[in-house]
Write a new protein. Structure first.
Length: 189
């Protein structure tokens, strides 16, 4: 894993930069961020639904299970349309999706950091990013009705802190890669 992360340290840094930019936009334009998230989700669900319907109908050649894809596509189209008509309902659902994503991502980062602790120093940055993600997700589940704008500010703060941690970790990966050009070697105990 360390070899893959080391070779791709730039992508880890890019994740951090994107998170920082998203966080700054969110902090300075929270209302626009909520509206943009809802509109992006609506467009995604609608287009995904259309594509799923097309993939269900096109070239089915006697395939007996195409109806499930058709129903899934119609559901995507309906969700996209409902999102456009009732965006406030979608905000609460979207917050649940974001909370779930943050918890899963955070757990994955903590697990990866635990595996890296025998190989690289500074893995605690990845642990902190993971723990923050889990805490953020739990907070969103605990208080979804507190108002989308307030939660968007938390999303922005989370994104900025996570972005800074990922950038720091990426540069640590880059340094480790330069110190260990031959690949993985356990760090001294």
């Amino acid at each position: 894993m360390i070899d893959v992360l080391t070779r791709n340290w730039g992508w880890v840094a890019m994740r951090g930069v994107v998170a920082l930019l998203f966080g700054l936009l969110t902090m300075f334009q929270p209302a626009i961020t909520v509206a943009a998230l809802v509109l992006l989700f609506a467009a995604y669900a609608f287009v995904d639904g259309i594509l799923m319907v097309v993939s269900a109908i096109a070239h089915r050649r006697g395939e007996p299970r195409w109806v499930a894809l058709l129903l899934g596509g119609l559901a995507g189209i309906a969700v996209g349309a409902v999102t456009m008509v009732a965006p406030n309902l979608t905000v609460v659902a979207l917050l649940a999706v974001i909370a779930t994503w943050a918890i899963i991502t955070g757990i994955a980062e903590v697990v990866a950091a635990i595996r890296l602790r025998k190989v690289i120093t500074g893995e605690w940055l990845f642990v902190v990013a993971g723990v923050l993600a889990v805490a953020f997700g739990l907070m969103l589940f605990a208080a979804p009705a507190e108002g989308a704008l307030a939660l968007v500010l938390w999303i922005g703060a989370y994104a900025m802190v996570t972005g800074a941690l990922l950038i720091a970790f990426a540069f640590r990966l880059r340094s480790w890669g330069r110190e260990h050009p031959g690949g993985m070697a356990p760090r001294p105990a």
